[in-house]
Ligand binder design. Structure first.
Ligand code: SF4
Length: 358
């Protein structure tokens, strides 16, 4: 990691900045750090100023607008103890670390990745006790930052803590490592053996990853997915719909097709959240987004279009299910308030609206 790019001076061997741009970007990365590993840097086509990989990882001088929020899905109000969020009755989400291999410019946890650790679990005994005391919890989602940034013995230690909780049925690990640093998986048999042992003998493990563009699918990432599949780990993908990256039905269809081909389940496509500093750069309006997804689905076979198009809203996970004239139709796929579960509703939005005001 010591060769990773974290300073604008290191970027100057790839990009020519004007003095003003350099000053602006320096200010941006002071509050939202830059970190890019060589593998992911090498995916960028430097001849294309609008390259989609570049857009996801190179800081922009436009990351300076304050509209939006740093907590778009109510993480603070769902935090029951430090590092543990409980929004939906069956699931707890655990913040294991604030580090990642590379910091995505579109990250919705921009408020913490690479900056502050005060939302990360401090006392694992309290986490285990909370889960033991809440028999309705069937699964744990390890998140962050990126849990696979932790050393193998720490990962095994965390999995071990949950192994004896009878009412837990499975564990999910949310990680972008298969995308940004697949060799961490493909070349580490110790990690694979830990996964195999826990998934086969203790609690079923699932990896949830985030491929956003077909060019992120490389021979290395395919090898990593194969290793995970061979260790009895099912890999699910959550794509974020991002302007200038994958807001094109042909690109989106190619991505979902390729994921199915390499053994990854298309699980969700997320509407990009209205996060401060990034909403103006990455969000697509809901009408446009819905049309992109519909055109994408029309190009896909049934297996590749298993994903749901959703927004992770404060009130729940809301699926965007249809359009009639100017009305968009929504359905609660998961609801914070159980009275809203499965509720279908419609709204006439402004053409430029990118989020629901509920
Ligand atoms: S890997 Fe995930 S948590 Fe880390 S910066 Fe990217 S989106 Fe955020």
């Amino acid at each position: 990691m010591k060769n990773n790019i974290s300073k604008i001076e290191q970027l100057e061997q790839y990009i020519l900045f004007t003095p003003q741009e350099k000053k602006k970007i320096k200010k941006v990365i002071k509050s939202h750090p830059m970190l890019i590993n060589q593998y992911y840097m090498d995916l960028i086509n430097w001849n294309d100023l609008d390259d989609p990989i570049r857009k996801m990882i190179i800081p922009s001088s436009e990351e300076n607008r304050f509209e939006g929020s740093f907590d778009t899905s109510g993480e603070q109000e769902n935090t029951k103890l430090r590092g543990l969020q409980h929004k939906y009755s069956n699931t707890v989400l655990i913040l294991t670390t604030n580090s990642c291999m590379a910091y995505c410019r579109h990250c919705f946890r921009k408020r913490l990745v690479g900056i502050v650790a005060d939302e990360i679990v401090k006392d694992w005994k309290l986490v285990v006790k909370y889960i033991c005391d809440h028999k309705e919890i069937t699964n744990v989602l390890l998140s962050g930052g990126d849990p696979l940034m932790l050393a193998n013995d720490r990962i095994a230690g965390i999995l071990q803590k949950f192994s004896n909780i009878q009412h837990l049925k499975f564990i999910r690990i949310g990680t972008r490592i298969p995308v940004v640093c697949p060799d961490r998986i493909a070349n580490d048999d110790e990690l694979i053996n830990i996964f195999r042992k826990y998934s086969c003998e203790k609690k079923r493990l699932y990896i949830v990853t985030q491929f956003n563009h077909p060019r992120e699918i490389t021979s290395s990432s395919i090898k990593a997915i194969k290793k995970l599949n061979n260790a009895h780990i099912i890999v699910n993908n959550q794509t974020v719909l991002l302007k200038g990256v994958n807001d094109n039905p042909v690109v989106m269809a190619e991505l979902q097709n390729k994921l199915t081909e390499i053994g990854v389940v298309p699980y969700y496509v997320f509407q990009c959240r209205p996060v401060k500093k990034l909403k103006n750069i990455f969000q697509v309006s809901l009408y446009k987004a819905f049309n992109i997804i519909e055109e994408t689905r029309a190009m896909l076979d049934g297996f590749s279009k298993r994903f749901r198009f959703v927004m992770s809203h404060k009130t729940g996970k809301i699926e965007i299910i249809g359009r009639k004239n100017d009305n968009l139709y929504f359905k609660y796929h998961q609801a914070k308030d159980e009275l809203l579960a499965n509720k279908i509703f419609h709204k006439k939005l402004n053409k430029s609206d990118c989020w629901l005001d509920l």
